[in-house]
Design a protein around this ligand. Sequence first.
Ligand code: UDP
Ligand code: MG
Length: 319
Amino acid sequence: MAKDTRLAIVIPCYNEAELIRSTTQRLLEVMDELEKKEKISQYSYIYLVDDGSKDSTWLEIAKAVARHPNRIKGAKFSTNFGNQNALLAGMLGANKIGCSAVITIDADLQQDENKIEEFVDKYCEGYKIVFGIRNNRKTDDVIKKTTALAFYKLMHILGVSMPKNHSDYRLVSKEVLDVLAQYSETDLFLRGFFHEIGFSTTSVYFDVKPRKVGKSKFNLLSLTALAVNGITSYSVVPLKLICVLGFILMLFGFTTGMWAIIAKLVWNDSPNGWATSITLTSFFGGIQIFCTGIVAEYLGQIFREVKKRPRYLIEEELN
Ligand code: UDP
Ligand code: MG
């Protein structure tokens, strides 16, 4: 029953003191409307995670909780662990408190909150994950836009397919939160995770608004770190490329070596020692990279093993 859906709206907050009041107010309005339409239960709530803010964010969260003790909950990190960990803590925290589904959204409400209803509708239709996809990147500057698109393209080439312009605005059902709890890896790349695990999924398209107060908490460095984590935690293709490159260089070295020897023997037109040097350098260079590539293959195996990801995930069971 739709009206039994206990929705938790999870918000990661880093130095967002100025926004907590207006954001929670607006989201409570959205929740009121959904409650009136009997789409979510009266026990739905907002869960704010303070990611070790340096301003008075936690104080503002505490005030919000005091104003609406049944509808707003909060947690505070001891220091800044980053947006991905704040999202993770929010989702797992809400799952522990109890919920049917979680929607994650940014504190600045740049992502259109009016779409929450559409996310809930999709959940009621039976989808376990609903991805929020940005209609455009109008609010991003040229650098952010280009790097983001390049990242999605690279991920696609490396064999990790996820829709471009996909964001951390998404709905995740309780079943998927239980699966998430089984993943113990330290640097879980959420966008990769939600695409990899399967389950019935769909998308909701939304517009991005400009940030009303404050600045973006991300810079090129933190975005690059996120992208590198995304690539290295979901793809071993870069490791495999070393092997392929080494093999090609080895063949190249072997061919040039043969050619150098033939040139020396047949035409005798190269200086003394040249053939030997070129042969040895190119051949051993190739062999070295090829051997590194073989080590990289084993490294890839270790990498997959240490992550201890579950070997399979069951979406439904009929007993
Ligand atoms: N955020 C966080 N920890 C951080 C950086 C950001 O929890 O270390 C939160 C931030 O408060 C916001 C969300 O992540 O709710 C997205 O951040 P922001 O709006 O600055 O990112 P952008 O819109 O530029 O992608
Ligand atoms: Mg933002």
